[in-house]
Design a protein around this ligand. Structure first.
Ligand code: B12
Length: 222
């Protein structure tokens, strides 16, 4: 099983679509969890990004990688919505100037499949649109996705605007994508996530606690 997973990361890295497809099918048949398979493909995508940075891959290769991921998602059943979705409690979008949406769409699919209502604002979303959505819906979680360095500034503008409009205490801000603890601090967010299983756990955790609680510690990962 560990071998299949390692081979999957490499198959994505080398953009070998047919091998990726057969390894994902093999993994599912052998009982590897769909979320683990998604994370393996995610790791492979990160390696594709590193090749692009080193200039031995080009933009066409990034596009190819995203097509491979989209195909993988058609093989993995977990992103199907079920019928019991609740009133929207989570707002998610990719921030202004950024059009990366694969991770955002995975998280949205996972949350909906667990009955959590999500409003998807799409990609390249201006700060005011996020803030208006918080005000209008009363959602408890604002999820910001961003994979570009320039996205951090936009995320910060969003939390600044929430503060100015006295809405910050009404919502927990979760950032995802190419983010880390430093970015979380810079942005003024509550949580950062770069793994889909953990992202779902964070959202479930927030929805089960008093939003105004000062505790930001997440207990347990799926
Ligand atoms: C595929 C890809 C593309 C595709 C995107 C297709 C699409 N529909 O999304 C295309 C070809 C369009 C693209 C374009 C560009 N890209 Co690009 N791209 C990538 C690549 C290889 C993979 C991204 C991806 O889909 N990963 C898989 C998903 C599943 O991972 P994820 O988004 O991180 O999501 C996971 C978690 O983070 C989390 N998550 C994500 N969002 C959220 C939100 C919430 C609320 C939560 C809880 C969780 C969560 O859940 C997901 C599942 O685990 C990355 C490399 C990398 N290191 O990531 C470069 C990368 C992001 N791209 C990069 C660049 C430079 C570009 C371009 C500027 C290239 C160009 N010259 O035009 C453009 C920018 C376009 C724009 N304005 O946005 C750079 C960014 C560098 C930087 N630091 O700014 C990267 C890092 C590559 C690199 N190393 O140089 N790209």
């Amino acid at each position: 099983m560990a071998n299949t997973r390692r081979m999957l990361v490499t198959a994505v890295e080398t953009l070998d679509e047919e091998k990726v497809v057969s390894l994902v099918k093999m993994g599912l048949n052998n009982g590897i969890s769909p979320l683990d398979l998604i994370e393996d493909v995610h790791q492979g995508m990160k390696r594709v990004g590193m090749h692009y940075e080193r200039e031995d891959y080009y933009i066409a290769d990034l596009i190819m990688a995203s097509l491979i991921f989209q195909r993988v998602l058609t093989l993995i059943p977990i992103t199907k919505e079920n019928g019991s979705e609740q009133k929207p409690q989570v707002i998610i979008g990719t921030v202004k100037h950024d059009i990366h949406d694969i991770g955002k769409n995975i998280i949205i699919g996972l949350l909906r499949s667990r009955g959590i209502g999500v409003i998807d604002l799409g990609v390249d979303v201006p700060p005011d649109v996020f803030v208006d959505a918080v005000q209008e819906t009363g959602a408890k979680i604002l999820g910001l996705s961003g994979l570009l360095t320039s996205s951090y500034e936009v995320m910060r503008e969003i939390t600044d605007t929430l503060n100015k409009r006295n809405l910050r205490s009404r919502v927990q801000v979760v950032i995802g994508g190419l983010v880390n603890e430093d970015v979380k601090e810079y942005v003024g967010a509550d949580y950062w996530v770069d793994d889909c299983a953990y992202g779902v756990e964070v959202c479930r955790h927030i929805l089960n606690i008093d939003v105004n609680s000062s505790s930001k510690t997440v207990v347990g990962v799926v």
